[in-house]
Design a protein around this ligand. Sequence first.
Ligand code: UDX
Length: 459
Amino acid sequence: MAKHRLIVIPPPFQGHMTPMLQLATILHSKGFSITVAHTNFNSPDPTNHPPDFTFLPFYDGLSDSYTVSPKNVIHISSTLNTNCVTPLKELLLRIMDENKANKEDKILCVIYDGLMHFVDSVARELNLPTILFRTTSATNYLSYHSLSTLQSNGYLPLQDSSSVCMEVVEGLEPLRFRDLPIFNLGECATDMMVKQAAISLSVKPSLGVIFNTIEFLEASSLQKLRNLYKVGVFPVGPLHMLMTPPSSQKQEKNNHSMTTSLMKEDYSCITWLNEQEIGSVLYVSLGSIASWNERELIEVAYGLANSGQRFLWVIRPETIMSIPEEVKTLAREKGRIVKWAPQREVLAHSAVGGFWSHCGWNSTLESVCFGVPMMCQPCFGDQRVNARLVSHVWKVGIDCSEMRIGREEVEGAVRRMMVSWEGKEMRERAVLMKDKIMVDVRDEDALNGLVHAINNHNS
Ligand code: UDX
C-alpha cells in the first residue's frame, strides 16, 4: 500500500539538525514515512534513527575540513542557498520518478529549515507543497521583521557604543537594541544578515510555518507572527518533550536510543552525576558553535574552582589544541570535563542545579523544560534574544551577557547561581515553570493541527 511521505531538509548545523530530526521522528510516529534529504557536510548518522527513515545526500560544494564558527555560519548558509539548488532539484526529481515507477509513496510535502530558503522555490517548481520550519525562538524571528526598517532609519550597525543600546525596541518589547541578533556584528556582517533575513522572510511556504515553541513561552510573539503570515502557524514544541523522555539513570547509550547528536556523547558523566548531591552541580556548555579562547578557559577554570561548587564542563576538542594542564588540575577536584555530553540526560539529572549556557534555543528549551535555572552568556545571533527571555521575562536566569570573563567575576556569578537566595528563588520558579510547560505540552493541539493541515491539503 502506498504510504504518505514527508521530505525533511535540515541545514548542517547541530542546533538546527536536532529539532528537524526530532520533528521527523514525531511525525513518523503519527504514521508518515520520512526521507531526510541532507548535505554531505555534517551529515546525520542513519543508524541513530528508525530503520525505515531514508537518508539521501545532495551535493553542497562545502569542504569537509570546514569548522562551523560564529563567523562563518552566515557564509555557509548563503553558500548552501546558491550551491544546492540544482542538486536538490535533481534529487527530488529522482525520488518522484522512483515513486512513480514503483507505485510507492506519494510525497505529501517538503519541510525545510528557514536557513535553507532556496528549498521553497525548488519544491514549488516541482509542484510539491512546502512547510517552513523556524528552529529558533518565535521572538527571534519576530525581530527579523524589524531589521530592514531599523537599517533604513539609521540604527544599524549596532555597536556597544551605540547610544540606543539599552532602549527597548518599539514593537519588540521587552527586547532592547542590544538584544537584537545583529548586535555587535560590524557593518559588513550586519548588511549580509539584513539581506539574508529579507530573503528568508520573502519566502512564502504553501502549507504553514512550524515553530519549536509553545504559547505558554511566547504567546505575544506568536500572536504577532500569526498576523504577519498568511498561512497556518504551528507552535509544536518543545519537540524534545514530545519524544521519549531521557532516563537520568542511563549509564550507557543503548543501541536503540535515538540521538540527533553529530558528535559522540560521553555517557560516563552520567555515572559521575549519579554520585553527586541533588542540585549541587553546575553544567557548563556553550553548545556546538560558540567557544571560549585559551585565556578565558583558564579564567573560567579558576572561577569555577574558587567558587567551591561542583561542575560538569563541555569543552569541544575543535575549540582548543589541548586543554591546558592548569585547567585539568583545577577541574580534577570538584569537576568533570567532557568533549560532548548527552545534554538532555544531564539536564534531566537531579544532581544538576544550574546551567551556564550560551542560550542557544535548544539549550534554552531543554533547560526550562527540565526546571534548571541558567547563567545566561549569549555569544551571537539569537542567543541574546533568548537570554532576555530567560532573565527578564521568565526570570529563571542570571544575565551574564556583560560579564567580563575573569576569575573573580566567574566565581561571583557561579555562587550567585548555585548558593544565593536569588539563585534558590530562580530554581523554585524554574520548577514551577517546568510543571506549567508539561501541562501545555500534553494537549498536543498544535501538533494535531499540523498533521491535519498536511493530510487535509492532500485529501
Ligand atoms: C545554533 C545557534 O548557535 C543557536 O543560537 C540557535 O538557537 C540554534 O543553532 P547551538 O549553538 O549548537 O545552535 O546551540 P543550541 O541551540 O543550544 O543547540 C545545541 C544542541 O546540542 C542542544 O540540543 C544540546 O542538547 C546539544 N548538546 C550540546 C549536546 O547534546 N551535548 C553537548 O555537550 C552540548
